[in-house]
Write a protein that binds this ligand. Structure first.
Ligand code: MN
Length: 313
């Protein structure tokens, strides 16, 4: 699962590092389609492009795949980002141009680092379609690593912590003194919270900005009701956050130091300039070795034309 960024995802928003105080801004996700499946795109959102280095968040499902054509996304390229795939139900198979072939199940993490270029495909296993529910997120790579080698990691087991009877699983970074083994190129954190009815106090790092995306259930945070299809942006400067629920609820909490670089995102590319995007697009369309081949029976996804006058005629 990974959806291309579209123009309507990226209206003019605040630049990097503008927020300096706790806030509680609730925004609607935008409903869009990835392949044949409807997704809720929480990031980028109107007025908010990033939370730390987190620059993209799609939530899909829960859905019954027997009624859909499946969650199959053919080979497509990425640059300058990490894809973070996290499931609540179901199974996906990841294949990439590094030769990785990796099924992923709930509680496990697939983390692909694109660097200067990688291609991957994601599909539901042919024989076990059933249900699908998950999120795919992107983390912008800092300039220090974004032109580096591509890489892929699968983590079958991640650290978990108990908080007031609720369970936190650390996907990336450090949380409540537990550290995930996942590669991290900047200072950020991603945590799944599985909340029991009641109040859970979540420890936070005041130097980070945070946001929460609910996958299932409903949580009250800072007096706001947050369910699926919303992004609750929390700003910086908090050392904890109280979450209350009446129903079992699962959500992701994403945080990080405000990303210091201005991004230029287009389609599946996270770059800094139009020229970089044009070059990546051209390399993909002419099947350059930069992206390599993916051993997938699915059709390659072609890049749309750029919406600006291409440089160099
Ligand atoms: Mn992708």
């Amino acid at each position: 699962m990974s959806g291309p960024v579209e123009v309507k995802d990226l209206p003019p928003g605040p630049g990097p590092g503008v927020s300096t105080a706790p806030v509680a801004e609730l925004a609607d996700s935008r409903i869009t389609e990835v392949g044949t499946v409807e997704v809720r795109r929480a990031l980028p959102n109107r007025g908010r492009r990033t939370v730390g280095p987190w620059c993209f968040a799609d939530h899909f499902g829960p859905l019954d795949l027997d009624r859909h054509q499946g969650l199959d996304i053919g080979p497509h390229p990425h640059i300058g980002l990490q894809t973070v795939t996290w499931l609540f139900e179901g199974e996906l198979v990841h294949r990439d141009s590094l030769g990785s072939e990796q099924p992923i199940r709930p509680g496990q993490l697939n983390l692909m680092t694109a660097g200067r270029g990688v291609a991957h495909a994601e599909e539901t296993p042919r024989l076990r379609r059933g249900r699908a529910h998950g999120m795919q997120l992107w983390v912008a790579q800092p300039s220090r690593t974004r032109d580096g080698e591509p890489a892929f990691e699968h983590h079958a087991v991640l650290p978990s912590v108990e908080l007031d009877g609720s369970v936190a699983t650390v996907l990336v970074g450090e949380f409540a003194r537990a550290a995930a083994p996942s590669r991290r190129d900047s200072d950020h954190v991603g945590v799944e919270l599985s909340l029991r009815p009641g109040v859970t106090t979540v420890p936070l790092d005041p130097a980070f900005e945070y946001a929460a995306i609910v996958a299932l259930g409903l949580v009250v945070a800072e007096g706001r009701d947050v369910g699926p299809g919303k992004l609750l942006y929390l700003g910086e400067g908090r050392d904890e956050l109280a979450l209350s629920t009446n129903v079992p609820t699962r959500l992701l909490v994403l945080g990080g130091s405000p990303f210091p670089e201005q991004l230029f995102m287009w389609w599946n590319f996270v770059a800094r300039t139009r020229e970089e995007v044009e070059a990546a697009r051209e390399d993909w369309m002419k099947r350059s070795k930069r992206f390599g081949d993916v051993a997938s029976g699915l059709q390659r996804v072609l890049a749309p034309p750029v919406m600006w006058r291409p440089s160099g005629g």
